[in-house]
Design a protein around this ligand. Structure first.
Ligand code: ADP
Ligand code: MG
Length: 345
């Protein structure tokens, strides 16, 4: 045997997806958008139907040492609903597939579904099916969400135009900071089980990691304001990585301003003082904030400028794949798309 073996980590997650996408062609006219956006877009007659799936694996995406199963169930639904929101659509159904090892009891599955049901109620989504199987190595949850959007309302990653304003909702970097806290407290607990973790002070940050909320509210509000973004994506891998995705799909570049990036006070204090890392790094390269990043035409500036939870952080320009940040000191530095590389190590 002398077959070539290429390592997946050389290609990376995005390289691998690009490779798969290059090997696939679409045959149905109803397959409006295949691989490459937050959800697939399917022509269903009057509307577009949206489909997206996300898989969470124990030891990769979550650590049951500090993740309550209710929260995990809720998060697994939220991250899927977020992808539908990123298409400017509304989620309607989910199917839930589980691989379970015998380590899990019926009560554990009940707790997981308590969270799933709570999220379904919160987002007004119906749980309509799934699959259950055994696993030899921990828990795997895969959720597929189905949503809907009017044909003239769908927003892709690909519509950003030079001079558009780049907007992001909420605040960034908190979920990553929350994860650092949980991992630190786990180490403290393992070395001294009598120590109770003191998490009260970090409630916001830990909550952002364990129980993110999909920004379905923003989809409604943009509609009320009469704004259709020119492009949109949800922030699952960190702001920098998502700017690269928008830029690549829209064939444009971006320039953002450090002092405009929304970071919560608690993220600032915890990252800078306790972890000695730059909060901006957490916002740019942390992950799992599940906020919405979108671009709007300059014509829509007046409609959005007073919105308390939508922050204008920069501009789109015509140079493809050139993404930079103007620092607080006024220097322009190139951004790097880090994202998560699950195939590392
Ligand atoms: P998101 O972060 O929004 O969930 P991903 O980065 O996971 O998006 O996926 C980007 C695109 O690649 C999506 O269109 C997704 O459906 C597609 N994709 C991801 N993994 C695969 C795969 N193994 N086979 C086919 N398509 C995939
Ligand atoms: Mg997404």
């Amino acid at each position: 045997m002398n077959e070539k073996r290429s390592e997946i980590n050389e290609l990376g997650e995005f390289g691998l997806i690009d490779r798969i996408a290059g090997q696939v062609s679409l045959q149905h006219p109803s397959s409006v958008k295949g691989i490459g956006d937050d959800a697939a877009v399917i022509d269903a007659g009057n509307d577009f139907v949206l489909v997206s799936t996300d898989l969470l694996a124990e030891g990769v995406h979550f650590d049951l040492a500090f993740t309550p199963l209710q929260h995990l169930g809720h998060k697994a639904v939220s991250v899927n609903v977020s992808d539908i929101a990123a298409m400017h659509g509304r989620a309607e159904q989910v199917v839930v597939s589980l691989a379970l090892s015998n380590r899990f009891s019926v009560e554990a599955v009940d707790a997981l579904y308590e969270g799933i049901r709570a999220a379904c109620a919160q987002y007004k989504v119906d749980l309509v099916g799934g699959d259950t199987t055994a696993s030899r190595s921990g828990l795997v949850i895969s959720i597929t969400v189905v949503g809907r959007v009017a044909k003239d309302k769908v927003v892709y990653r690909s519509g950003a135009k030079p001079n558009d304003i780049i907007c992001v909702t909420g605040d960034l970097g908190a979920a990553y900071t929350g994860l650092q806290i949980l991992e630190r407290e786990k180490e403290v607990y393992l070395s001294n089980p009598d120590m109770q973790p003191g998490l009260e002070k970090y409630e916001y940050l830990v909550g952002r990691q364990l129980r993110p909320i999909a920004r379905t509210d923003i989809v409604f509000e943009l509609e009320e304001l009469g704004i259709k973004p020119t492009s949109m994506i949800d922030v699952s891998d960190g702001l920098a990585s998502e700017l690269f995705h928008l830029g690549k799909n829209s064939n444009v570049g971006t320039r953002i301003f450090e002092d405009k990036i929304p970071i919560d006070q608690s993220t600032f204090e915890t990252t800078a003082l306790e972890f000695k890392i730059d909060p901006i790094t957490c916002a740019l390269n942390g992950g799992e904030d599940y906020e919405l990043l979108f671009t709007i035409s300059q014509d829509d500036f007046e409609k959005i400028k007073n919105h308390a939870d939508i922050h204008m952080i920069g501009y789109v320009h015509e140079k493809p794949n050139e993404h930079s940040m103007v620092t607080k000191q006024g220097n322009e530095v190139p951004l790097r798309a880090q994202g998560w590389n699950h195939f590392k190590s």
